[in-house]
Design a protein around this ligand. Structure first.
Ligand code: E4P
Length: 216
C-alpha cells in the first residue's frame, strides 16, 4: 500500500520523506490556505521536493477552466496529478486531461456509483472521503470495500486512494481491504509510529544498561 501525505506543510513532508515513508502528496485548497503564503509557490516547492505523485486541485468548476488550470498545474512537474471534483464537468475534464497524458485524481467521491463513473472517465486515482462519511453516520470503510470489489471485476486503470483519514485504524482497515493508497494527515502518521510499550521498553533498557555500567 502506498502512503501519501495529505498536507501542504513542507516541514512535515521533509520529516516523513527522510524516513522513506512518503510515496506521494495530496493537497487541496483548504490545506494550502492553512499554510498561508503564496499557494503557487507552495505547490511548486512540494512538487520539486517529492519524486512521487503530487495531487494539486483545480479551483475552476467549469470544464474549460478545469482543463486550462490542469494543464498549468501539470507545468509544475511531471509528477503532478490534477485533482478534479466528482461532477459532470470534472469527469469531462478528467477524460480530456487523461487523453493528454495528464493524470487525474477524481476527488470528493462519496458513493460506489460515483467511483464507477470516475474509473470510466479515465481517472488515475479515485478519492473516496471516508472520514466525512463517518461524520454523517455512514460507514466510510464499507465504501472502500465496495469500490475495491467493483474495480477488481474490470480492467480500469484507476487506483483507490483512501482520503479523509482520521486515525490509524482507518489505515489498518484500508490496508486489510487492499486499498492501493491512503493519504494521511501528518498527525495520523505520527500516531501510527508511536506505541507506549516501545517508549517504556527503551527506558527500561537504558536504565538496566546504566545499572550494569555502575556495578563493580
Ligand atoms: C485528500 O485528497 C482530501 O482532500 C483530504 O483527505 C480531505 O480530508 P478532510 O475530510 O479531513 O478534509
Amino acid at each position: 500500500m502506498k502512503i501519501f501525505l495529505d498536507t501542504a506543510n513542507l516541514e512535515a513532508i521533509r520529516e516523513y520523506n527522510d524516513m522513506g515513508l512518503v510515496d506521494g502528496i495530496t493537497t487541496n485548497p483548504t490545506l494550502l490556505s492553512r499554510e498561508g503564503g503564496d499557494p503557487q509557490k507552495a505547490m511548486k516547492a512540494i512538487t520539486d521536493l517529492i519524486d512521487g505523485d503530487v495531487s494539486l486541485e483545480v479551483i475552476a468548476t467549469d470544464y474549460n477552466g478545469m482543463v486550462e488550470e490542469g494543464r498549468k498545474l501539470r507545468g509544475y512537474g511531471e509528477n503532478v496529478v490534477v485533482k478534479c471534483p466528482m461532477t459532470a464537468d470534472g469527469l469531462k475534464a478528467c477524460k480530456k486531461l487523461s487523453s493528454e497524458d495528464i493524470p487525474v485524481n477524481v476527488t470528493l467521491v462519496f458513493s460506489p456509483s460515483q467511483a464507477i463513473l470516475a474509473a470510466k472517465s479515465g481517472a488515475r486515482y479515485i478519492s473516496p472521503f471516508i472520514g466525512r462519511l463517518d461524520d454523517t453516520s455512514q460507514d466510510g470503510m464499507t465504501l472502500i470495500e465496495d469500490i475495491i470489489e467493483i474495480l477488481s471485476n474490470y480492467e480500469y486503470e484507476a487506483e483507490v486512494l483512501v482520503a479523509s483519514v482520521r486515525h490509524p485504524m482507518h489505515v489498518v482497515d484500508a490496508a486489510k481491504l487492499g486499498a492501493d493508497v491512503v493519504t494521511l494527515p501528518p498527525d495520523v502518521l505520527g500516531k501510527m509510529l508511536k506505541h507506549p510499550l516501545t517508549d517504556k521498553g527503551i527506558k527500561v533498557f537504558l536504565e538496566d544498561w546504566k545499572k550494569l555500567k555502575e556495578s563493580p
